[in-house]
Design a protein around this ligand. Structure first.
Ligand SMILES: [Zn+2]
Ligand SMILES: [Zn+2]
Length: 314
């Protein structure tokens, strides 16, 4: 299972009912936090989540609304007694930004491992069973989106195991580890397990203009979260100038990708009523939902086909 909580939905500045945009994804006792604007730690507390399980902090870019909550967050994680390393990943400039913010949080009881991501050729990061694939967005400074994928192994297949002459004592071993040696012979997992089953995928993309890679990464995803800085179509010149998206542009990406769910986030403080513009987005991709602070979903494994595929574009 992947638990996803949209911690905040505000862009630029926090409002009383809209904390700054960030998202937390939890699996098997671990959590990855995407972005950490001012007040993110308050949202984590409000959602009843633990700081201790945050092993990974993924930063999209270094505008203040995405990183200014970092020192307080690190101190709170430390106060909960963490001693294990915390990984912080982000685009180039990571070391300068983190060391600058840490001037006011120099002493922590846990080590920090920085992982700078090459924006031009980002590589997948594997962390405790989760595969994190960053991808380049188009903002006015280098910015990354993230695809988080929890794979699901195939089913044990006794006929396959017999066909491959795998000794019976190795059957259960190979269900939990990639290979085993028995009587001088090496046996591998694919000799007893069927093909991988559908895993779970979450894609997060903000701040950006619409770029095709977002739809590619979110193809058949369980959840796509995109920014929707502006609702009013007349704001297109501002969206282009500031390298953000209209709600309809976000919906068009979702229409191309056909994710099972599409949540909007990172709203302009000037857009007080998201619902005013939502029908325009829903006309393009009906499963689009307006994100609100604290919105959450438990994504479960399913072998069923995507119910939205019947209305997929040709
Ligand atoms: Zn922003
Ligand atoms: Zn930005």
């Amino acid at each position: 299972m992947l638990k996803v909580v949209l911690l905040g939905t505000g862009g630029m500045m926090p409002l009383r009912d809209r904390a700054l945009a960030s998202l937390i994804v939890s699996w098997n006792g671990h959590s990855a936090l995407i972005d950490c604007g001012e007040g993110t730690q308050v949202q984590i507390r409000s959602a009843g989540l633990s700081f201790k399980s945050i092993d990974l902090l993924l930063l999209t870019h270094y505008h203040a609304d995405h990183v200014s909550g970092l020192p307080g967050m690190l101190l709170s994680i430390g106060n909960q007694g963490r001693t294990e390393p915390l990984v912080i990943a982000g685009p180039p400039g990571l070391e300068r930004v983190v060391s600058g913010l840490r001037v006011i949080a120099p002493e922590l009881p846990f080590p920090i491992e920085l992982k700078t991501i090459d924006v031009k050729t980002p590589e997948t990061i594997a962390y405790s069973g989760l595969l994190i694939t960053p991808f380049a967005l188009r903002h006015n400074i280098p910015c990354l989106g993230y695809q988080l994928h929890l794979p699901r192994a195939g089913k044990f297949d006794p006929d396959l195991a017999r066909k491959n002459n795998v000794p019976m004592p190795c059957w259960s071993v190979l269900q939990h580890q990639p290979e085993v040696e028995c009587d001088g012979q090496l046996y591998t997992r694919n000799m007893v397990m069927g093909p991988d089953r559908r895993g779970l995928t979450v894609v997060y993309a903000t701040d950006t203009r619409p770029v095709p890679v977002i739809a590619e990464m979110a193809k058949d995803a369980d959840l796509l979260v995109t920014e929707a800085m502006y609702g009013d179509p007349e704001k297109l010149p501002s969206a282009i100038e500031k390298a953000h998206m209209l709600m309809t542009e976000a919906a068009e990406l979702a229409r191309q990708a056909q994710p099972r769910r599409h949540w909007l986030t990172h709203y302009s403080p000037a857009m007080r009523d998201v619902g005013e513009w939502l029908p325009f987005a829903k006309a393009i991709f009906p499963a689009t939902e307006p994100g609100v602070d604290g919105m959450s979903v438990d994504l479960m494994y399913t072998d069923e086909p995507n119910p939205l595929e019947s209305c997929a574009p040709a």
